[in-house]
Design a protein around this ligand. Structure first.
Ligand code: NAG
Ligand code: NAG
Ligand code: CU
Length: 683
């Protein structure tokens, strides 16, 4: 007992010396924090209408940024913003903003930089109020969100869930129509939302995943935490292993989609190809707030040349990327080679494929992923003849609704696989943890069910101040699972710190055939990754430790987001001194929903393979923080935001990211076990 205590104390005090940014867990918010939180919530209230809060509105009206240029670390963006506004160049309010439109994105970046470079909170707030009623609301919400997520003086502020800021992106047209009716009658209403499509479309069986608001929220927040346009050096906020995370997070999304498909008797998703037909069409049944429906795509549609992006370009980019992969080197703008044959290769490749601002040669390797989104988004109006709105693929909030999202990403993932397959399989030394044996792993019964969830639609509905707000909600079905605990019995012959990775993979494929390990690895999902202290033999005589971990603690997931209404109330109560508002400075909005941690499974039970891998954390640790520091809770897919590096040096997805020789894979520090997931509940 004593011995553990000493270890823990040492860890904490050491890191206090090393790092002042470290705030562990929740602390009570002070007045300053509460007032910032309140201001941000006001800024994001009913963004389609002029700011209702008089003080903010007045602040914005009277503020002239050009008089305070010395208050910006870089005054150029805010100068540009003012100039663009004055000359009417900005995207008007009310129009659809998509990040994939180059011009609209550049404007959004100017707004973001104006906010981000504001020297202090006051200047930030004034700039935000200035922009709130002048710039396009889509650009505003995006720029403000990314700024809040990255400024030091806004750390820990909670943003309202995106599905409450602009519910149009998340619920379908019928719901919006019904909501308007209810609002006009001033009657509270709960409107049942159905998933897109009909039973005659097999893809509809997995619509509950692609249309899950938590899943969409995770995806859009991942892209806010790791924007592809992020200028690491200029902003002074590095994005550690951004290219690799792009690969890993999306790979996990596809693998999870595939397990969900298997649970619903659908085969694994097939990649798409630029010159082939896209067999499955998509009818989103979703409407923009103004400007009409999201465009739909009939079955068997082919990719079309757009004004600026040709199908042939996509083929060329792909060929060059494949060439780089087989040569294990990419060529830079200046003609040098950057090798891909080490653990950093995937990061280089990821930033080329997405591409992020770090792409070594965007002219040569193009923008495979981003253009893929655009090609799919504009497929039904490639020449802009009908002035159609952007498709669901052109917003990270809506992209996963379209099954083509997973097909595009499978295609991209196969390129990453091609690269990983050229790296040598892990050696026994790399896999092993000498002196450590997992003796047993046990898990509670794994069960899933569907439940109702209500989305607050208040923000979606235009109204006037005179019209009273009535409760109008959309009720959706969503997947959930019973909480479970994984218990791992580890035997060790010395004291050290262990990194524990928990994975789940399919056992049999769509045909019911057992999947060989080297193929299974492609569909293995990460359930958790955490650090457990092993007790020293001096403390525990027998050297056996049982590590227990709850599903709710998973570093893949975050819990349900708090509703704006509850958040506002909590802040108001705390400001009046009625309650204490607890704040976690590392709060993450990015994170797979806890509810979706497990795939649905089947009514009569579906077998899966559970893997637990224990390795030596001291050999892979990267940051000088206590080993159980949780970086806001969802590091696995979302990395570390607060200026830290990704916490372990192993390749993401280790040890399933490389080819496996099944006969020489499972070492004593690994454990494999069959588990069953049973779907219990109503459809
Ligand atoms: C959803 O489907 C049910 C049953 O088919 C139907 O009664 C209901 O009106 C639908 N909801 C909406 C919002 O269209
Ligand atoms: C990668 O390839 C280069 C060029 O062939 C070689 O010099 C280097 O040693 C290789 N690195 C690894 C880790 O294999
Ligand atoms: Cu994405």
């Amino acid at each position: 007992m004593k011995c553990i205590l000493i270890v823990a104390l040492l860890g904490v005090s050491m890191c206090h010396l090393a790092d002042s940014k470290l705030v562990r867990g929740e602390v009570p918010a002070d007045k300053t924090f509460l007032s910032k939180q309140r201001e941000v919530l006001k800024l994001l209230n009913k963004v389609h209408e002029p700011n209702r809060f008089k003080v903010q509105a007045e602040l914005g009206r009277s503020y002239d940024p050009t008089k305070y240029l010395s208050k910006y670390k870089d005054p150029l963006p805010v100068k540009t913003l003012v100039k663009q506004y004055a000359s009417g160049q900005l995207l008007p309010r009310g129009q659809v903003f998509t990040l994939f439109n180059e011009k609209d994105r550049q404007q959004m970046i100017t707004i973001f930089e104006s906010l981000f470079f504001a020297e202090d909170w006051d200047t930030f707030l004034r700039t935000a109020c200035y922009a709130r009623d002048r710039v396009n609301e889509g650009q505003f919400v995006y720029a403000l969100s990314v700024a809040v997520l990255h400024r030091e003086d806004t750390r820990g502020l909670v943003l309202p869930p995106a599905y409450e800021i602009y519910p149009h992106m998340f619920v379908n047209s019928e719901v919006i129509h019904a909501a308007y009716k209810a609002k006009m009658r001033q009657q509270p209403a709960v409107i049942r939302m159905n998933f897109t499509g009909t039973i005659r479309n097999p893809e509809q069986r997995v619509a509950y995943l692609g249309e899950d608001v938590g899943m969409n929220s995770h995806h859009s927040h991942w892209h806010m935490d790791f924007p592809f346009w992020w200028k690491q050096d200029e902003y002074g906020v590095p994005k550690d292993r951004q290219g690799e995370l792009f690969y890993h997070m999306h790979h996990q999304l596809i693998a999870r989609f595939d397990l969900e498909r298997l649970s619903n008797d659908l085969p694994f998703v097939e990649p798409l190809y630029w010159e082939d037909k896209i067999v499955d069409g998509f009818y989103p049944q979703t409407t923009y707030r103004v400007g009409g429906e999201f465009p739909s795509r009939p079955d068997n549609f082919e990719f079309q040349d757009l004004e600026n992006i040709k199908v042939k370009d996509m083929v060329d980019y792909t060929r060059r990327i494949r060439e780089a992969i087989s040569q294990q080197a990419v060529i830079t703008k200046t003609g040098e080679y950057v090798y891909l044959n080490d653990t950093n290769g995937i990061n280089t490749l990821g930033s080329i494929v997405e591409p992020s601002y770090d792409s070594k040669h965007p002219e040569y390797y193009g923008a495979l992923h981003n253009y893929g989104h655009i090609m799919l988004g504009q497929i039904t109006d490639p020449k802009g003849k009908f002035n159609m709105q952007p498709g669901v693929m052109e917003h990270f909030e809506t992209a996963t609704r379209d099954p083509a999202f997973f097909r595009l990403h499978k295609y991209i993932d196969n390129l990453f696989k091609m690269h990983k397959d050229l790296l040598p399989p892990y050696t026994r030394d790399e896999l092993n943890f000498p002196g450590v044996t997992i003796e047993e792993v046990s898990v509670d019964e794994l069960t899933t069910y569907l439940e109702d969830f209500d989305i607050d639609l208040l923000n979606a509905l235009d109204d006037t101040q005179e019209l009273k707000d009535v409760e109008i909600k959309a009720r959706v079905r969503r997947l959930n699972h019973s909480p479970f605990t994984v218990s791992i019995k580890v035997n060790s012959d010395s004291a050290a710190t262990a990194a524990v990775r928990v994975f789940l993979g399919p056992k049999v494929d769509w045909f019911g055939q057992e999947i060989p390990l080297n193929e299974k690895r492609l569909y293995v999902i990460e359930i958790d990754k955490f650090v457990a202290k092993r007790k020293a033999p001096a403390c525990v005589n027998k050297g056996t430790t049982v590590v227990q971990r709850k599903s709710s603690e998973s570093s893949v997931t975050i819990p349900d987001r708090e509703t704006t209404k509850d958040l506002v109330k909590r802040v108001d109560d705390a400001m009046q001194g009625k309650t204490t508002f607890m704040v976690n400075k590392d709060v993450r909005h990015c994170g797979y929903p806890d509810r979706l941690l497990l795939p649905k499974g089947k009514r009569d039970g579906m077998p899966f393979s559970l893997f637990v891998v224990v390795t030596d954390f001291d050999k892979e640790k990267v940051n000088d923080v206590p080993s159980d520091y949780d970086y806001g809770g969802s590091i696995s897919y979302c990395g570390a935001l607060s200026g830290y590096k990704y916490p372990d040096s192993k390749p993401m997805g280790f040890p399933f990211d490389r080819q496996i020789d099944a006969d020489h894979f499972i070492t004593s520090n690994m454990y494999q076990k069959e588990v069953t997931i049973t779907f219990k509940g109503d459809e």
